[in-house]
Design a protein around this ligand. Structure first.
Ligand code: UT7
Length: 313
């Protein structure tokens, strides 16, 4: 038994925040942000909550899948920016979409959240604990942004991406490869959203160094465990943190045939939402053929990382 991605969906708030607007708020420039991070603009939520954005993305994924809310028996939301303690975001989404009785929980591993959540869902579906699941990454990071701190406020954005994942039937090949996941406890303070009135703080250079030196071998491990050669990978969808990080990882992967997702240019860094958001757009634009192997790899706060090869829905 295994699982496979059936369909994707995403949601972004309509408000576009450009680098030039940020340059009127803090001492920065469009040129610095494009050169050092690679972001041109990001989307910022207005009254939408994390649950609203998660629901919108999940609703679209569901519509694209042909399944109904009643078919879903497992719902997992990866997020680090939900303000409410209870109910969790997954229960809110289940209520808003009118689901019957899904197992519903949130998972917080910050920017690696979607691949972590997909890993747990794949395990549950493979074990027969559920049949049809929705995995969502959703963030409203603008609630936790210090708009006077130029080192962080230029980076983050809001949005959500969702995948409908279903258990494979007997004889059907699995469409979700084994997850490679872990954390770096010694660097647990490198990205923080701490305390009651929390703002995102990070040791940017430490994260940058770690990401560009340690992650490529782990991403390659995910390919190896899926039995897919790097040359076969049709698309690489890493966490959308910084184009220089993405380029640094790509250089070490040896994936000449892979489209590399760089959705951060127009979406900013949306933490747990960044991977499903970017994948959903690739699918929507039909840039990757259905069934082609796609390498997902998330990394960030914790520090945590997780990735797997999936077959494109
Ligand atoms: O998704 C969560 C995981 N987080 C990440 O993946 C973030 C990884 N890190 C990064 O992407 C980069 O480290 C940053 C984008 C956060 C920063 O880029 P950097 O090239 O590492 O810049 P830096 O922190 O070394 O700062 C270089 C200079 C400093 O000035 P001085 O001390 O050299 O005079 C900063 O004060 O750039 C200055 N600076 C800025 N200048 C203009 C910092 N932020 C800005 C800004 N505009 N927005």
């Amino acid at each position: 038994m295994g699982s496979r991605l059936v369909a994707m969906g995403h949601y972004q708030p309509s408000r576009v925040l450009t680098n030039d607007e940020l340059a009127r708020m803090v001492d920065t420039s469009d040129e610095w942000i494009r050169d050092r991070v690679g972001i041109a603009s990001r989307r910022i939520a207005d009254t939408e909550t994390v649950a609203d954005m998660a629901t919108a993305a999940a609703g679209k994924a569901l519509a694209n899948s042909g399944l109904t809310p009643a078919d879903i028996d497992m719902l997992v939301v990866a997020t680090c920016s939900s303000v409410d303690r209870s109910p969790n975001v997954a229960c809110r989404v289940a209520a808003k979409l009118g689901m019957a009785a899904p197992a519903a929980y949130d998972l917080n591993t910050a920017c690696s959240g979607f691949s972590y959540a997909l890993g747990t869902v794949d395990h549950a579906l493979s074990a027969g604990a559920a049949r049809n699941a929705i995995v969502i990454g959703a963030e409203k990071l603008s609630d936790f942004t210090d708009w006077t701190d130029r080192s962080t406020c230029i980076i983050f954005g809001d949005g959500a991406g969702a995948a409908v994942v279903t258990a494979t039937t007997e004889g059907e090949p699995s469409g979700v490869g084994p997850v490679v996941w872990g954390s770096v406890p010694a660097k647990s303070d490198a990205v923080r959203i701490e305390g009651w009135r929390a703002y995102i703080q990070q040791e940017g250079q430490a994260v940058f160094r770690w990401a560009t030196t340690e992650l490529a071998p782990l991403a390659l491990q995910a390919c190896e465990r899926a039995g897919v050669a790097p040359e076969e990978i049709a698309a690489f969808v890493p966490h959308q943190a910084n184009t220089r990080i993405i380029d640094g990882i790509v250089k070490r992967l040896g994936m000449p045939n892979a489209i590399v997702a760089k959705d951060l240019v127009e979406s900013g860094n949306t933490s747990a939402a960044s991977v499903p958001l970017a994948l959903s757009k690739l699918v929507e634009r039909r840039e990757v053929p259905s069934g082609a192997p796609v390498l997902l790899f998330g990394f960030g706060g914790g520090l945590t990382y997780a990735g797997q090869v999936v077959r494109c829905p």
